[in-house]
Design a protein around this ligand. Sequence first.
Ligand SMILES: [Fe+2]
Ligand SMILES: [Fe+2]
Length: 472
Amino acid sequence: MAGIDYTERIPNNVALHENRRLQRALEDWQPKFLDWWQDMGPTGFQAKEIYLRTAVSVDAKGWAQFDYVRMPEYRWGIFLAEPEAGRQVNFGDHKGQPAWQEVPGEYRGTLRRLIVTQGDTEPASVEQQCHLGRTCPSLYDLRNLFQVNVEEGRHLWAMVYLLDAHFGRDGREESEALLQRRSGDADKPRILGAFNEPTPDWLSFFMFCFFTDRDGKYQLASLAESGFDPLSQTCRFMLTEEAHHMFVGEAGIMRIVQRACELMREHQTDDLRPHGGIDLSLLQKYLNFHCSVSLDLFGSEISTNAANFYTAGLKGRFEETKKDDDHQLKEATYTVAGLEGERIVMREEAALVSLNERLRDDYVADCARGVARWNEVIRKHGIDVELTLPHRAFHRAIGLFSEVRVSPDGRVISQAEWDARHGDWLPNESDKAYIQGLMHPVTEPGKFANWIASPPRGINGQPIDFEYVRLG
Ligand SMILES: [Fe+2]
Ligand SMILES: [Fe+2]
């Protein structure tokens, strides 16, 4: 089961050849995907050889193989984690029933919506990042960008497999639509707000991988708990790929922080613009932006949809099966931040309708651990600055706090104060222009742009000056 069959046109570990109807549907979709990849994938690098990893099996040991691949020839396919014998629905009204191998009729529409919403984010991020290759800070980073991109492409395959295998004609129509929406397009935008924001520079890219891909981790982790077993198995394997994307983000920002500290020490100043660095206060603004738009992805604080997904057994909590309670939550409460006039207050709400907020709490705690690791770098340089996560009510477009203006430290403020100060808290036009001005390609093996430190080690045991992308 664990091995992946690469002799087939569509690599898979789901015995695709035994299901002719599904095989035909996916083989019909494959050229459309490749057309989309050519049009919307990394601009200018489709013919280059990239040192990429490919999954060879889904068990922990045999995960990856590294080799030079041209991206359009990457072996996208269908990989599910090993089935768990005797798995049950572990929460909600169906708790204790055998996990579903087929879509329960009553939840068909809801489940399709969940899968489409997740699936839509995958090609969206490839579209958002398609121009970044031109301004890579190094070949090492360029390769990491492309690794993330091909894996997001594979995540799209994962969701399309579920749609084609389990949702009939509707599923096939949704699979096509996933290739037709476009990030940032006014007429046919991607479904979620953060996936319509541009990723215009590498600082934004690393922030996106840290904050927005981490939303992906938490959504996938709660879908991995699903009573619909094929969704669970699909998401469990996707999570192993997602971990790498968050590494790219966290390590990328860490290297920018390190370089900032080196320049601050060398020049005895906080203002790194004359020295071509990204100072910590500017980094904080990008952090504030990407954190706040990613917090929106978790949805409203109080949500009957979230309650219904849970009660139906479709979407669980983060680490549902590790929690020690009744897994039905009918009587339970949960503490949620709310608004009382001009004040942000904590109050007890029914746990079921608070599940979005609970997942957001898990997410914020995870983000905070990463920020602490960046601060550790700053501290080791003897610099008295701390990066912080903005208050969850800051700069929100979705949920309760979208109705008020809030400072990064969590004070409800007037529109006038917001107008006067938001340029101190979020990247303003001159900040963006400065960052854009730093974006010049560095493509000599082992060389790095001045604003980012080199990584501590290369990829797959290769040296840092390895030719991760063959540009010749
Ligand atoms: Fe993904
Ligand atoms: Fe990702």
